[in-house]
Write a protein that binds this ligand. Structure first.
Ligand code: IMP
Ligand code: MG
Length: 174
């Protein structure tokens, strides 16, 4: 596997995002809403570096089916979402690929009338965006390859790796 972002680079990028969030939300107490399962590692690191009183919640989105590395049907589960009406909400996800996941989540969460709603992603894949929505905070741009680690999986493997790596073609069975 080719390492695209090592642990030190990720640490630096997450710290930069955390400072930006802390400045933008100064005097407020935002709710960070992580998108399971890919955002877990990013969310855990990000929340501990934001110097603000925070609330944490989770939603689940699934778009990958079996061995496929391109999105299938999107399923959203909002049963773990706390009350967000009137709150400043920051959605946190691992990667913005086509953007369909974040776009659908933003539409769903808007229905609950948060005071504000923004999104933060660790990675954005270049040349893949298929929605109008732009993520408000982006850690790193990555090329259009399949990446794993730091929360990102291939068939639920590799999430625990402390770095982001490009999965070899030979490992991908579409
Ligand atoms: P989107 O809806 O196309 O933006 O896809 C977003 C979701 O697809 C992410 O939350 C990931 O779970 C998954 N995804 C997209 N690209 C990759 C990748 O390169 N590696 C692992 N998961 C990915
Ligand atoms: Mg995901």
């Amino acid at each position: 596997m080719k390492i695209l972002l090592d642990a030190e680079q990720i640490r630096t990028g997450v710290a930069r995002l955390a400072r930006q969030v802390a400045v933008d939300y100064a005097g407020r107490s935002p709710a960070l809403i992580g998108v399971l399962t890919g955002s877990l590692v990013f969310l855990a690191d990000l929340m501990r570096q934001i110097d603000l009183p925070l609330r944490i919640g989770l939603v689940q989105a699934r778009s990958y089916r079996g061995a496929a590395t391109r999105p299938g049907t999107l399923e959203l589960h909002l049963d773990l979402l706390p009350e967000i009406a009137g709150q400043d909400v920051l959605l946190v996800d691992d990667i913005f690929d086509t953007g369909h996941t974040l776009d659908a989540l933003v539409s769903q969460l808007r229905l609950q009338q948060p005071r504000s709603l923004r999104s933060a992603v660790l990675l954005r894949k270049q040349g893949r965006q298929a929605v109008k929505l732009e993520p408000d905070y982006v850690g790193f741009e990555v090329p259009d390859v399949f990446v794993v680690g730091y929360g990102l999986d291939y068939q639920d493997a590799y999430r625990h790796l402390p770095y982001v790596a490009q999965l070899d073609e030979a490992e991908l069975r579409d």
